[in-house]
Design a protein around this ligand. Structure first.
Ligand code: FE2
Length: 175
C-alpha cells in the first residue's frame, strides 16, 4: 500500500468526477472510495510489492488478489462510503474491452466509479517513481492513456480526462 498514491488518486478522482454529469455527493463518495482502492495490498508480501524486476506470472496472480483481500477487509463495514469503496476495489482493474480482472466485466458493465478510478490510478502510477520504474514524463503518460482509449478505458471518459489534465497542465496547476 502506498498512502501517498492513494491520496493523489483520491484527489484526482474527485476533481475528475466533478466534471461529469453526477451530483457533488456522488463525486465526493468516489473520492472517498478511491482512497481505499488498493487497501488489499496490505496483504501482499513486500517482496512482490517492492520487486525491482517485472513480476513472474505467479507473482502477478498473487498481486491481483489484492482485489479480493481489499473486499474482505472492508466486508465488515456497511455505509454509503464503504459501499462505493467496495465497488471501486472490485472494479478498478476491469478493462473496457473485457480483458481486466477479476470478473472480466466489459464496457458499461463496469460501474462508473471503477472506470473513473481506473484512469486516475494508471495516470498516477505512471507519473510516479516505482521500485521497478522511473516516473514517466507527462507526454508519455498522456500518449499511453490515449493508446488505451477504448481498450483499458471508457473512450468518452478518456476524452474528458485528457482534456482535464491538459487544461491543468496549461494553467500550470500542480497535478
Ligand atoms: Fe489496484
Amino acid at each position: 500500500m502506498d498512502p501517498e498514491h492513494a491520496s493523489r488518486v483520491s484527489v484526482l478522482a474527485t476533481d475528475f468526477a466533478r466534471m461529469l454529469s453526477i451530483t457533488e455527493r456522488e463525486a465526493e463518495l468516489i473520492g472517498i472510495g478511491a482512497k481505499y482502492h488498493d487497501i488489499g495490498k496490505i496483504s501482499i508480501p513486500l517482496s512482490i510489492l517492492q520487486s525491482p524486476k517485472p513480476l513472474t506470472v505467479v507473482q502477478q496472480e498473487m498481486m491481483q488478489r489484492h482485489v479480493e483481500y481489499g473486499l474482505s477487509i472492508l466486508s465488515v463495514y456497511n455505509s454509503e462510503e464503504m459501499d462505493v469503496a467496495k465497488t471501486i476495489i472490485a472494479t478498478h482493474h476491469e478493462r473496457w474491452d473485457g480483458t481486466g480482472y477479476p470478473n472480466q466485466l466489459k464496457g458499461e458493465e463496469i460501474p462508473l466509479a471503477g472506470r473513473i478510478v481506473a484512469l486516475c490510478d494508471v495516470f498516477d502510477a505512471l507519473s510516479s517513481e516505482r521500485p521497478y520504474k522511473s516516473a514517466w514524463a507527462l507526454g508519455q503518460v498522456l500518449d499511453y492513456i490515449r493508446y488505451e482509449r477504448g481498450k483499458a478505458f471508457d473512450p468518452e471518459l478518456t476524452d474528458t480526462f485528457l482534456n482535464m489534465i491538459c487544461e491543468s497542465a496549461l494553467k500550470g496547476k500542480a497535478l
